[in-house]
Design a protein around this ligand. Structure first.
Ligand SMILES: *Cc1c(COP(=O)(O)O)cnc(C)c1O
Length: 370
């Protein structure tokens, strides 16, 4: 049996007609860069996130970067985030001119440990970027409380958490801004690159709208120096179609996660994902912790099962960030998780018999290793 880590084709086939219709409309109107399809998706996505505004941009990375710029963060500033994230979170901080400062994570949720947060704050700290890793919200109440006490902005990196909830509130709607990626493999994926910032702050929405469009409020009159970071019309039209299915797809992911849990719980040598009591996990990634991770992955691959690792090297140990001078041992929990995590195949259309096959093979492989 072959079990891919992710299969985008099944989903595409299930909505092919609608997608073709939506793309056809954009083609008819030739509304390719920004424009009415983007505006419509922005409204729909803002409402999905229970936020006043959404601003469509070119990627999740741009969503993070422009949010930082809109908050006036730059040279000499520090921004706190976690080391176990996709590098884009740190890159956005670096490209704003600020310096990323890391805080270790909670071993259960793989998210920012609020207990460790306050001690990383200095007189230069301007913002905190919690990452809702794997589709589960970080513990936002204590993070917001600490941020407000120190006058810091909070940008949620919700690039993996479309539709996740924290105490009944949508991920991305809690901080000053929430950043989303619509990279094809994300829970809400475009057919190309796209991203968005959601916010209840009209000042931030307006500034980001200007920044994504060369700093112009009126064509060829540039109030600030911006960039070209517009979302394109074809992506917006695709996203509008897919957003309607997202709640069902999230439920399918959650259901698949339950099947995995059922089959894996109690297997010696495996730690299954912990669902925090405060939220709703949307399982962008279903990650288990094991010993002998790399061996297990290669044995599973021999049996047709494709796994992932998110992420094998924490950001502070990446060559690109060696200038920060943070060695091995700086963030022990994140480093331990980086050694132990395996991401199992996970997508809404994954079938129960494939999940059973995966779990069967995991048991065999682990037994053989003992
Ligand atoms: C995907 C992702 C990003 C970047 O999004 P892009 O659309 O690929 O630029 C940022 N942060 C996290 C946590 C992500 O998973």
């Amino acid at each position: 049996m072959n079990v891919p880590f992710l299969d985008l084709r099944v989903q595409y086939r299930s909505i092919k007609e609608e997608i073709s219709g939506a793309i056809g409309q954009v083609m008819n109107d030739c509304a390719f860069a920004g424009g009415p399809f983007v505006a419509r998706f922005e409204e729909e996505f803002a409402s999905f996130c229970a936020c006043r505004s959404a601003v469509g941009v070119g990627s999740g990375t741009e969503a993070l970067w422009l949010s930082l710029l809109a908050l006036g963060i730059g040279e000499g500033d520090e921004v706190i985030t976690v080391p176990n994230t996709f590098i884009a979170t740190a890159e956005a901080i670096t490209f704003s001119g600020a310096r990323p400062v890391f805080v270790d994570i909670d071993e259960k949720t793989f998210n920012m440990d609020p207990e460790l947060l306050e001690r990383t704050i200095t007189s230069r700290t301007r913002a905190i970027i919690p990452v809702h890793l794997f589709g589960q919200a970080a513990d936002m109440d204590p993070i917001m409380e600490i941020a407000r006490a120190h006058g810091l902005a909070v940008i949620e990196d919700a690039c993996q958490a479309h539709g996740a909830q924290y105490r009944g509130r949508p991920a991305g709607s809690i901080g000053d801004a929430g950043c989303f990626s619509f990279y094809p493999g994300k829970n809400l994926g475009a057919y190309g690159e796209a991203g968005a910032v959601v916010t209840n702050r009209s000042d931030l929405a307006e500034t980001i709208r200007h920044l994504r469009d060369h700093g112009q409020a009126e064509k060829y009159y540039h109030g600030t120096i911006g960039w070209n970071a517009r979302m394109d019309g074809l992506q917006a039209a695709v996203l509008s179609v897919k957003l309607r299915y997202l709640p069902d797809w999230s439920e399918a992911r959650r259901n698949n996660a339950l099947i995995y849990d059922d089959l894996l719980n109690g297997m010696p040598g495996i730690i299954t994902p912990v669902r925090a009591e405060y939220g709703k996990h949307v399982f962008h990634i279903y990650a288990i912790r094991v010993n002998h991770r790399n061996q297990i992955i290669s044995e599973l691959l021999k049996r047709g099962i494709h796994c992932g690792v998110h992420y094998p090297v924490p950001v502070h140990l990446q060559k690109a960030y060696s200038f920060l001078g943070l060695g091995e041992g700086s963030f022990p929990v994140a480093e331990k998780c980086a050694r132990e995590l395996i991401s199992l195949p996970m997508f809404p259309e994954l079938t129960e018999d494939k999940i059973r096959y995966v779990c069967d093979k995991i048991r065999q492989v682990i037994d053989a290793l003992q």
